[in-house]
Design a protein around this ligand. Structure first.
Ligand code: ADP
Ligand code: MG
Length: 615
């Protein structure tokens, strides 16, 4: 047998009390990938609560202290989201009592050591081999700008953000400022005027369309090079959540939809780890340029995307319904597809890339109103000391406002019997972690005017048609001659009747469609996929069903084509059709595009172990 792998080497080990079950003892062992909890007594449990907590399900941890000065113990709490037996994640907070030393100061130092080690592992900060583990190992509290489109998906983005996202990112010790977009292009304008150094990340809470605005806004800044270093993230609350689906797979989670996908992506976001992201620069017939992180689509896919807009109330299922209707009225599109192939092509799709099937979200029943649906809605919410006229929203379930949690909030685990009626509950240890509203937090410059409270509008304003605002800035497209000029040698041209043409950057076309299963965020490749005319409806349906697992290339369908490219040009030879870039409709006509490898920075979380296939 070889040596034990680094992942299972114990980094810390200790014995603690379990709070509030005073008297119960546990042994904790921390490794690179998990916290092992072993129940020690006093007597064996009927229902053991121990086990292995993989760090992939941990949102964060904090240290706590008893308000009563007579308690010499210190505490640390870890927030986890394990999967329940019937699927779906459930929040659990586990609190451990550090009582091995005689004085509070020593116990506190130990609690601090554990909390710091956990946070370092979660955020990818290396632990010193033999040095002290103290909180100054951690960089400053990361500050996120969250942008929410209240009309994203079924119009639930705001509530989902308040109910699920904010508690988790508070637990992770991240600061946030939450802004609700008021109109199309609002997010784009906001990031164009942003003081970049004040933020550690910009995260959109919607579908892919809002991140498209953010990316294009950042690339349209004169300092776009600097702006591209700003980590951007996505939390899926839209009807098209393709990038989130790719992130979910990258994080090693099983395919997921809906709230499960949102929780997985929030867990990844809590880790605060980023990596490079390829960006495709797309030049449209008018000469306008826009930037894509997802896909350029023509034919069947763009038709379904745009024509299913009217089924927005169905959430992701709108695409399923749209696909059925699209199949019924199948069109073909004559056109010319030219591309600059990737040299020494090692990126061809491999049928072995298929994934387990996602739990389908095909439900036509209206979603039940989330709990707390009547909580007041504010346009702008922050846990930072901004000059808000509305009281800042307190993250439910977050560790910080413990005194408020005790009487009526979540977290009964902290309100348990603490040795008698007179005892004060635990409160955050002010010296160990700085709570979000502490004076230590640096105020941001106010980037929004704060409006009086307003109710969530019932309906989105009419969608504004067509052409996105072009980007004047950004990197030059050195592989592309002007549209209309002949292509240089080395390009390949196909002239066909197409059913669809897709140019993918990441793997996923939607949360449950894996169009380019072998794609990576930073492979520098645009994955061209096309389906030629002559395909039967049944064969096309089979391709889309197989795409749920990324297994379409294994079908060896003669009408399915693929090429790995650095750049491409698409010339429709029919006046009728729709083109989309990242799900947004753009002007119809010839277009061309070049991949800019690793141009942007994506809040991705660490790569996960690939999900074990159930097959
Ligand atoms: P979905 O996946 O549900 O379509 P998106 O994030 O793609 O969600 O958003 C859909 C469209 O809404 C995008 O074009 C986006 O620019 C636009 N948008 C963003 N904020 C608002 C708003 N407050 N009102 C109307 N449209 C908005
Ligand atoms: Mg890629």
């Amino acid at each position: 047998m070889g040596p034990p792998s680094a992942a299972s080497t114990p980094l810390l080990h200790g014995e603690f009390g379990s709070y509030p079950d005073r008297g119960r003892r546990v042994a904790l062992t921390l490794t690179l990938k998990a916290l092992h909890i072993q129940q020690l007594g006093p007597k064996p449990e009927a229902r053991p609560r121990g086990g292995l907590v993989p760090l992939t399900v941990v949102s964060g941890c904090c240290t706590l202290q008893n308000r009563s000065p007579s308690d010499s113990a210190a505490y640390f709490c870890i927030y986890t989201y394990p999967e329940g037996r019937r699927g779906g994640r459930r929040r659990t907070a586990r609190t451990f009592q550090v009582d091995g030393a005689a004085t509070f100061e020593e116990n506190r130092a130990e609690a601090q050591r554990w909390a710091t080690a956990l946070k370092c592992l979660l955020r990818g900060v290396p632990l010193p081999g033999d040095g002290e583990i103290t909180p100054d190992l951690l960089p400053r509290r990361p500050r996120l700008l969250l942008l929410v489109n209240p009309f994203g998906g079924r119009g639930l983005a705001w509530q989902q953000c308040v109910n699920h996202v904010l508690p988790m990112i508070s637990e992770a010790g991240l600061s946030f400022n939450l802004i609700r977009t008021e109109r199309q292009n609002h997010a784009r304008e906001l990031v164009q005027g942003l003081q970049l150094r004040e933020w550690d990340g910009i995260v959109t809470v919607s579908g892919d369309g809002l991140l498209y605005e953010v990316l294009n806004g950042l690339l349209d800044r004169p300092d776009w090079k600097e702006a591209m270093k700003m980590p951007v993230g996505i939390l899926p609350c839209g009807s098209g959540n393709a990038l989130a689906g790719a992130l979910n797979q990258f994080g090693g989670f099983q395919p997921a939809m809906g709230i499960d996908l949102l929780l997985n992506c929030t867990l990844l976001l809590c880790r605060g780890v980023s990596r490079p992201l390829d960006v495709l620069s797309v030049t449209l017939a008018s000469g306008a340029r826009c930037f894509s992180f997802l896909a350029v689509a023509w034919g069947f896919v763009s038709d379904v995307d745009i024509q299913s807009e009217r089924f927005r109330a169905l959430g992701n299922a709108r695409f399923t319904l749209g696909t059925m209707l699209g199949l019924a009225a199948l069109h073909t599109y004559p056109g010319r597809l030219s591309y600059l192939p990737v040299e020494g092509d090692s990126t061809l799709p491999n049928p072995a890339h298929s994934l387990p099937r996602a739990k389908s979200e095909l439900t036509l029943a209206p979603a039940p109103a989330p709990p707390g649906a009547h909580s007041p809605l504010h346009r702008s919410v922050s846990d930072l000391p901004l000059p808000l006229t509305q009281p800042a929203l307190v993250s439910p379930g977050s560790p910080e406002p413990l005194p408020e949690l005790t009487p009526n909030g979540r977290g009964p685990e902290l309100a348990g019997d603490w040795g008698g009626a007179g005892d004060a509950p635990l409160s955050p240890d002010p010296l160990l972690s700085s709570p979000p509203c502490s004076p230590k937090a640096v105020p941001h410059s106010p980037i929004t005017e704060v409006l009086p409270e307003m109710a969530a509008p019932a309906e989105p304003p009419p969608p504004s048609p067509g052409t996105p605002v072009g980007c004047a800035q950004g990197p030059p497209d050195d592989l592309l001659p002007p549209l209309g000029s002949p292509l240089p040698p080395g390009w390949v041209t196909l002239e066909e009747d197409f059913v669809l043409v897709l140019a993918m950057s990441p793997s996923h076309l939607s949360a449950d469609l894996v169009a380019a299963p072998h794609a990576r965020f930073d492979d520098g490749v645009v994955h061209l996929c096309w389906v030629r005319a002559g395909v039967s409806r049944a064969a096309l349906l089979r391709l889309f069903l197989a795409m749920e697992r990324g297994a379409q290339f294994g079908l060896r369908c003669p009408h399915l084509g693929y090429a790995a490219a650095r750049a491409f040009r698409l010339e429709p030879l029919t006046p009728r059709g729709l083109l989309t870039v990242d799900g947004e409709q753009v002007e119809y006509g010839p277009l061309q595009a070049q991949m800019h490898p690793s141009l942007a920075t994506l809040l991705s979380g660490p790569p996960g172990d690939p999900s074990p296939s159930p097959y």
